[in-house]
Ligand binder design. Structure first.
Ligand SMILES: Cc1cc2nc3c(=O)[nH]c(=O)nc-3n(C[C@H](O)[C@H](O)[C@H](O)COP(=O)(O)OP(=O)(O)OC[C@H]3O[C@@H](n4cnc5c(N)ncnc54)[C@H](O)[C@@H]3O)c2cc1C
Length: 451
């Protein structure tokens, strides 16, 4: 019935990928995007003359990653940056103890071994956990069994809390015991010195994308789909909804008839976390040239604990730190100057007067962003891994969901957005989509354009 074959809602990684795959197959596709830009949670800010990735930065593990294959096929430059997943070792990390004193090589070795010991016990505790157990419960059991001294246990407890905040944007007591099961990193991690948004940008070239078109209602019937965006209506045979879980949970898009339980259930059970970034740029480097991360353990790092050296991107001394979970939400209500002063205070507790005043800063507020309403999804207590994939639908054969929250294998990532988009496109086309062909056609189109 529709004037389009498919309407895609959202022009983030999943939206532009699904739309591109369908358009490549000859479908008439329109993409409706609420923001005045594409990319969604891949957002490179270039106002300062160099790229600052306010959303995603990393590919977390390049081995066996089809996302990495795509990045390589498109010859997008990357920099190796392993330890982007809250590891304790693997690359040089400057650790400080609870009093803000640097750990020497022996103490660092012991710290890495301590975390490793408890992590191994944690795997066992997770395997034998019961429904209703939180990640905090299994962590405490593993710590109890560790035989470590109370002080060392305190540092690890703090570290695990921060790891959950960073990976899930959630409080450790709100995460299901299985909430980090999919957190395996295979191979190096990389970041994007020219900005991660090059990827959705190049995928989206040539698509019919309507920016500043905020969808308010999706009506489905056996004849197809009607999508309302304020006064405008769009009709199609099929629809792929890729708006973030936070937007779906907020209920700002009305679904008529209401979503059935197999989709509405996961939607209510899964959690949407908050993870914000704070970049501080300095005139002078006060940390070692080859350090990847500066990390304060125990009390010294209660709030601000990990700083990632991302100077390679701008060529200027730049640290990236995070505020996630409940702290990330609280931070959003503070004036930027206060946040910057607080981070600088924490750094001075470690490096003293060597820490100058930052020359520039960037602070994100993903939890307040009406088009994402949080940073990424996680397994809130009461949800299961199946909930992610069940969220994809389809509903009545016409309504599909894609996006990071709909991919159980590695939710909360760019890869999840990419793979879930392919699944939606394949379901609509009724056949497989080859990812090498997908990449080759992007390049072919660029070459034709350039001629
Ligand atoms: C701070 C931060 C850091 C991250 N770091 C990493 C990382 O290092 N590595 C990694 O792999 N992942 C990371 N992620 C996660 C990654 O960014 C996301 O998983 C991925 O980009 C999600 O893509 P998506 O297409 O599912 O959703 P999105 O990119 O959010 O796309 C959805 C689109 O829908 C639009 N939309 C919303 N509501 C409406 C509406 N009503 N009408 C029309 N359009 C609407 C939005 O504007 C958006 O453009 C990070 C995320 C954040 C926030």
């Amino acid at each position: 019935m529709g004037s389009f074959d498919t309407i895609v809602i959202g022009a983030g990684m999943s939206g532009v990928t699904a739309a591109r795959m369908l358009a490549d197959a000859g479908h008439r596709v329109v993409v409706l995007e609420g923001r005045d830009r594409i990319g969604g949670r891949m957002h490179t800010d270039r106002e300062a003359g160099f790229p600052v990735d306010r959303g995603a930065s990393w590919i977390h593990g390049v081995d066996g990653s089809p996302l990495w294959d795509l990045v390589q096929a498109l010859r997008i430059p990357t920099i190796e940056y392993t330890v982007g997943s809250f590891q304790v070792g693997g690359r040089p990390i400057e650790n400080f103890d609870g009093d803000g004193k640097p750990l020497d090589a022996d103490a660092t070795g012991r710290w890495i071994a301590d975390v490793d010991t408890v992590d191994r016990l944690l795997v066992e505790e997770i395997a034998s956990s019961s429904p209703g157990d939180t990640y905090l419960d299994v962590t405490e059991r593993a710590l109890d069994r560790s035989g470590l001294t109370p002080e060392r246990i305190d540092d690890i407890r703090e570290f695990f809390r921060h790891r959950v905040e960073e990976q899930c944007g959630a409080w450790i007591g709100d995460l299901d015991a299985h909430g980090l099961d999919e957190d395996a990193i295979d191979g190096d991690e990389v970041i994007f010195p020219h900005g991660y948004d090059e990827l959705p940008g190049r995928i989206s070239a040539g698509l019919d994308i309507r920016l500043e078109t905020t969808v308010t209602k999706v009506v489905r019937s056996k004849d197809g789909i009607v999508v309302h965006a304020g006064d405008a209506t769009f009709t199609a045979d099929q629809c792929v909804v890729t708006v973030p879980l936070g937007v779906l949970k907020a209920g700002t898009i009305a679904f008529e008839p209401p979503l059935p339980d197999p989709v509405a259930g996961p939607l209510s059970r899964l959690g949407m976390g908050v993870f914000n970034k704070i970049f501080l740029q300095f005139d002078e480097r006060f940390w070692n040239e080859d350090s990847y991360v500066l990390r304060a353990l125990g009390e010294a790092g209660e709030h601000w604990h990990s700083w990632y050296d991302v100077s390679a991107v701008s060529g200027l001394p730049t640290l990236l730190t995070f505020a996630a979970g409940p702290f990330g939400r609280r931070m959003q209500d503070l004036p930027d100057e206060e946040v910057v002063a607080d981070v600088v205070r924490s750094l001075r507790a470690l490096y003293g007067a060597a820490v100058g005043e930052p020359r520039a800063h960037w602070i994100t507020h993903w939890g307040d962003d009406e088009f994402s309403n949080g940073s990424y999804s996680h397994l809130a207590l009461g949800s299961t891994h199946h909930d992610h994939d069940d969220l994809a639908g389809p509903v009545d054969g016409v309504l599909h969901f894609a996006g990071e929250a709909t991919w159980g294998d590695e939710p909360a990532t760019v890869g999840a957005a990419y793979y879930s988009a392919r699944r939606a496109a394949e379901r609509i086309l009724g056949r497989a989509v080859d990812l090498d062909d997908f990449a080759a056609r992007i390049i072919e189109r660029e070459q034709t354009e350039a001629r």
